[in-house]
Design a protein around this ligand. Structure first.
Ligand code: NAP
Length: 267
């Protein structure tokens, strides 16, 4: 149970490698107890032991395949029932980079279930208690492919677009409450996901690749600074502001109640 002196427990999905493992380290260093979720439980066990020893926090490994309904339900129940949980990091992600017709069905299902369904269901599970307490933090890991699409990223981009819209919506719903919802949009970062996606890191422009540690440290600095949307690698913050302003202007421009004149339909 969290007290005023401790930040409570953070549940981090996808903590067995990459950004999730770094989140686990950094949150433990901030005094969070941890629940680490992923399929590769032996890796989680090693990480849990080392973080507990290093930082003196309590760390539990929870084996779960977030693409399996029963496992997802188990993690959701933990979030709904464990009163110590003060933070959810929806970090687990799956990626197959290929044209839609060339993507194995299992890859489509994994992206859909892990990147979309799990993020929504886990947020849904934790929110009632956060609302009751008027406090808590949800960190959702999107991507620069939340707002960009490549010919090989159609499904991945679609799932990460979902993460962006879900998170932006939650931020509006929870504005003015004590609940913080952060959207993190990393660009290329050196993790295992690239090899798994079918596009090895070696194929990328090496100058565009960030270290996983830098990505998470920047994202947590953004959280500390009260950013709702953190783009760890973007120097010019006006780029996002202009993107967001264009979105609002486009929406306002669509609310006219009649076809645009270029279609030649008399109203
Ligand atoms: P990663 O090293 O491959 O880590 C992905 C994590 O997700 C692993 O811990 C993996 O654990 C877990 N995971 C995957 N499928 C799962 C499943 N079915 N059930 C439970 N856990 C599952 O990749 P990463 O780059 O750190 O990815 C973290 C997040 O960052 C993802 O959401 C990714 O989309 C996003 N992102 C990454 C980049 C990048 O360039 N690396 C850029 C933008 C956004 P197990 O395999 O042990 O289950």
């Amino acid at each position: 149970m969290s007290t005023v002196n401790t930040p409570g427990t953070a549940l981090v999905t996808g903590a067995s490698s990459g950004l999730g493992a770094v989140y686990a380290d950094r949150l433990a260093s901030r005094g969070f107890d941890l629940i680490l979720v992923a399929r590769r439980v032996e890796r989680l066990g090693v990480l849990a032991k080392s973080l507990a020893e290093k930082y003196g926090v309590s760390v539990r490994a929870m084996a779960a395949d977030l693409s399996a309904a029963a496992d997802l339900q188990r993690v959701a129940e933990e979030l709904a029932r464990n009163p110590a949980i003060t933070m959810l990091v929806n970090n687990a992600g799956a990626s197959t980079l290929a044209p839609v017709a060339d993507t194995p069905k299992a890859g489509v299902a994994a992206m859909d279930k892990v990147n979309v369904t799990a993020v929504a269901e886990l947020s849904y599970a934790v929110l009632p208690r956060f609302k009751q307490r008027n406090s808590g933090t949800i960190i959702n890991i999107g991507s620069v492919l939340s707002f960009h699409i490549l010919p090989v990223s159609t499904i991945y981009s679609a799932t990460k677009g979902y993460v962006m819209n879900l998170t932006r919506g939650l931020q509006q719903e929870l504005a003015g409450t004590g609940i913080v919802v952060q959207l993190v949009l990393p660009a290329s970062t050196a993790t295992e996901i690239w090899e798994l996606s079918g596009v090895p890191l070696a194929q990328l422009d090496q100058a565009t690749i960030m270290r996983a540690e830098d990505c998470v440290d920047a994202a947590l600095a953004g959280l500390d600074q009260g950013e709702l949307v953190t783009l760890p690698s973007v120097e010019d913050t006006e780029l996002w502001e202009r993107f967001d302003a264009a979105r609002l202007a486009l929406f306002a421009g669509a609310m006219r109640g009649k076809p645009a004149s270029r279609y030649g339909i008399a109203g």
